[in-house]
Design a protein around this ligand. Structure first.
Ligand code: SAM
Length: 268
């Protein structure tokens, strides 16, 4: 079993604390992030500063959001980092990332995320997509597979549709459990998400897209027709030229947007 104490801190399971310790992986992630002073650099969950230190070393200022008060205290007194960091103690899930945008500078957001909150955190971050240049996250490998999935596969779901509606998704590298202390029980992977400046399939109401997608995937084994019967009729599907006998995972992002826009127009 791996050591739970790292750099004098006992890892807290409830905060999803698995600290990165592999120098090679750290260097590759920092290389992918490409820190610069032309963007507002934002780290979620800096922890014991495995990524924070090398990222901050090349730039003037780094903003971090960390929930664990003990770790915040360490960062506030860190001899090298304390003058460069803007520290927000709190929950990234409720954090208003828009407040960090300065002048017309876009954000680059990154982090080795707590796996227990990664899906809701992704949904939260998509709300700020227009202010973000790119994001690099360490996630459970299974979540990276879901983010980058193609229609017709088991991994394709509502997270895929919403991620690919907002962003170009690129898996960067796979990371085995031994690269962390303590070692997580699952494989990990780094993903790069680049929000579209111009959406390939613009939706009239993103909240409605999210609602329709959630409803469609509510029962994966049922047909689209069955899951969406209170929103779209057989005639609507015919007008959309979408086969309503298909399962939700067989429908493309473009088709989810088309169904949502059709539904909105119908309500108007
Ligand atoms: N970045 C460090 C590293 O790579 O070694 C730590 C990564 S650890 C997987 C996740 C970090 O996120 C921890 O520092 C944890 O305290 C912090 N964290 C957990 N839940 C959080 C939340 N809701 N908001 C902000 N930070 C959170």
């Amino acid at each position: 079993m791996s050591n739970k104490v790292h750099l004098g801190h006992t890892a807290r399971k409830r905060f999803g604390q698995n600290f990165l310790t592999d120098e090679n992986v750290i260097n590759r992630i920092v290389g992918a992030i490409a820190p610069d002073n032309d963007h507002v650099m934002v780290e979620i969950g800096p922890g014991l500063a495995a990524l924070t230190e090398p990222v901050a070393s090349g730039i003037d200022k780094l903003t971090v959001v960390e929930l664990d008060k003990d770790l915040v205290e360490r960062l506030q007194t860190h001899p090298i980092l304390k003058d460069k960091l803007e520290i927000h103690q709190g929950d990234a899930l409720n954090f208003d990332f828009k407040q960090l945008v300065r002048e017309d500078m876009q954000m680059k957001v990154f982090g080795n995320l707590p796996y227990n909150i990664s899906t809701p955190l992704m949904f939260h971050l998509f709300e700020f997509a227009q202010y973000i240049e790119n994001m690099h996250f360490m996630l459970q490998k299974e979540v990276v597979l879901r983010l980058s999935a193609t229609p017709g596969t088991k991994a394709y779901g509502r997270l895929t549709v919403m991620a690919q509606y907002h962003c170009q998704v690129m898996p960067v590298l796979e990371v085995p459990p031994g690269c962390f202390t303590p070692a997580p029980k699952v494989d990990s992977a780094v993903v790069r998400l680049v929000p579209f400046k111009t959406k390939p399939y613009p939706c009239k109401d993103v909240d409605m897209l999210r609602h329709l997608t959630t409803t469609a995937f509510n029962m994966r084994r049922k047909t689209l027709r069955n899951n969406l019967k209170h929103m779209l009729s057989d005639d609507d599907f015919a007008a959309l030229n979408i086969d309503s006998t298909l399962r939700p995972e067989q429908i493309t992002v473009e088709q989810y947007v088309a169904m949502t826009n059709f539904f909105i127009d119908k309500q108007a």
